[in-house]
Design a protein around this ligand. Structure first.
Ligand code: ADP
Ligand code: MG
Length: 430
């Protein structure tokens, strides 16, 4: 029974990188890094060796080969070499009769890992391959132990023939298959989150096309009028001025649209959120018009500065405003209000469809931000997942209050940097 406990414990240690991956990368929009593999594998190795299974003092068996193989596949040769060093140092420290054979075994299995990693990466039958790798490691361990301690192996033959191969095979198979599934899911999520951006922007583009047509029709009309009576100079001047204003407005909408729909840049900057709200109003107004929803922006002209990636913040605002507009579609007098204020060094941004939005009940509110949660027939359920991720990554938070058939208020709290607050105060008193 205690042997079974030890085996289960070893398999659990083998799964440490997988468990930590799910905790650490849960809400992140990126996949694992080499240093993550190194840290978690080292931790797993330490646990496995400290609580190794053993039938004779000084001769210990654990899932070190599993960890080594995992480190090599996902972290590369450098990670595996560092794990090897860690193993050697710790094994020497633990000491005992089996130290010499353990070091020799490790050299052999490390070489074996190097040989099988490449075919493992290309094979389609990964589960079978990992299972066999576990058996192979156990055979090497058995062979070398037999050369050094034949009497001991004969005495504990069942342990070497069954327990260790099962421990290694199940451990390696579980770790490799669960981890590869987890990272494949994450990759899919990242890909979907990026597609979501294009999908959201293509919805906005459809309404934008309408909006661009209106000024074009107006300009065409004015040009006709000028053509018909070119001698009326005062009127011509007036028509030209209106036409230029229309063209200017259309141009600025298109420029902003293009700046949002292009791929994200990896940079952070000081952003004036008040200014961004005006931009979002311009971009989203056609979408609001198309859905018969009024879009109001209530801000005072004080700059509200935060430090973030401007492209990401625009995308977050588009996502949340788009949801608010969609929530008021099909209701009479649909209205979405954006407002911003400063409070205790925070920028508080409110997006409100409270009054006539479709609203949400308690359980829906709890699901907000969860991947793929959507109540719309053609929704993706990724807009808020992405938005929450961006807001949290700059130390912000989101509060949602909602009532079914009454409406919803999203409150986003962005921290303002202290020196920015000082600058803003100086700017106000100057
Ligand atoms: P999608 O819009 O593709 O459904 P999102 O992640 O943008 O995905 O939103 C997830 C879900 O959150 C929506 O399907 C909707 O049920 C809910 N939701 C978000 N904003 C609002 C809102 N303002 N009013 C009511 N429900 C909302
Ligand atoms: Mg949405």
């Amino acid at each position: 029974m205690s042997l079974l406990k030890e085996v289960i414990l070893q398999i659990f240690f083998a799964l440490t990188p997988f468990v930590l991956y799910n905790i650490y990368y849960r809400d992140k929009l990126k996949n694992y890094s080499q240093s993550f593999i190194l840290v978690t594998s080292s931790f797993s190795l330490l646990l496995a060796m400290t609580f190794a299974s053993s039938v004779v003092d000084g001769v210990i068996f654990d899932i070190r080969y599993v960890i080594m193989f995992f480190g090599l596949v996902y972290g590369g040769v450098q990670t595996a070499l560092l794990l090897l060093v860690e193993f050697v140092i710790y094994r020497l420290y633990l000491g005992g009769e089996g130290t010499r054979v353990a070091l020799l075994m490790l050299v052999c299995t490390f070489t074996l890992c190097l040989i099988i990693t490449k075919p493992y990466k290309t094979t389609y039958r990964k589960s079978l391959y990992t299972f066999l790798a576990g058996i192979l490691f156990s055979v090497v361990a058995l062979g070398l132990t037999f050369i050094f301690f034949p009497a001991y192996v004969k005495q504990h033959l069942a342990y070497h023939l069954f327990v260790i191969p099962i421990q290694n095979s199940v451990g390696i198979w579980l770790l490799m298959s669960l981890f590869s599934k987890a990272i494949a899911d994450k990759e899919l999520f990242i890909e979907h989150a990026q597609n979501e951006k294009f999908q959201a922007m293509s919805h906005v583009a459809a309404s934008l096309a309408h909006e661009v047509r209106n000024p074009l029709t107006a300009v065409k009309g004015f040009l006709r009028l000028i053509q018909e009576s070119p001698e009326e100079h005062t009127k011509t001047e007036q028509y030209i001025k209106i036409s230029l204003d229309e063209i200017q407005r259309t141009e600025s909408i298109l420029t902003e649209y293009l700046s949002i729909s292009k791929p994200l840049k990896d940079r952070s900057d000081q952003i004036n959120v008040s200014e961004q709200l005006h931009v979002i109003q311009e971009i989203m107004l056609p979408f609001a018009n198309m859905h018969n929803v009024e879009l109001d922006v209530q801000i005072y002209d004080t700059p509200v500065m935060i430090f973030a990636n401007p492209d990401e913040i625009k995308q977050v605002l588009v996502n949340i405003v788009k949801n608010a507009i969609e929530a008021c579609t099909d209701v009479p007098n649909g209205r979405v209000i954006l407002s911003i204020l400063m409070e205790k060094g925070n920028a508080i941004l409110m997006i409100n469809d409270n009054g006539n939005g479709i609203g949400m009940d308690e359980s829906q509110i709890n699901y907000l931000g969860s991947i793929y949660f959507s109540t719309k027939s053609s929704g993706t359920g990724l807009g808020l997942t992405y938005s929450y991720h961006v807001i949290h990554s700059i130390g912000g938070s989101v509060r949602v209050t909602s009532e079914p058939f009454v409406g919803t208020q999203f409150t986003i709290i962005f921290p303002c940097h202290v020196d920015m607050i000082e600058k803003m105060n100086n700017g106000l008193t100057a």
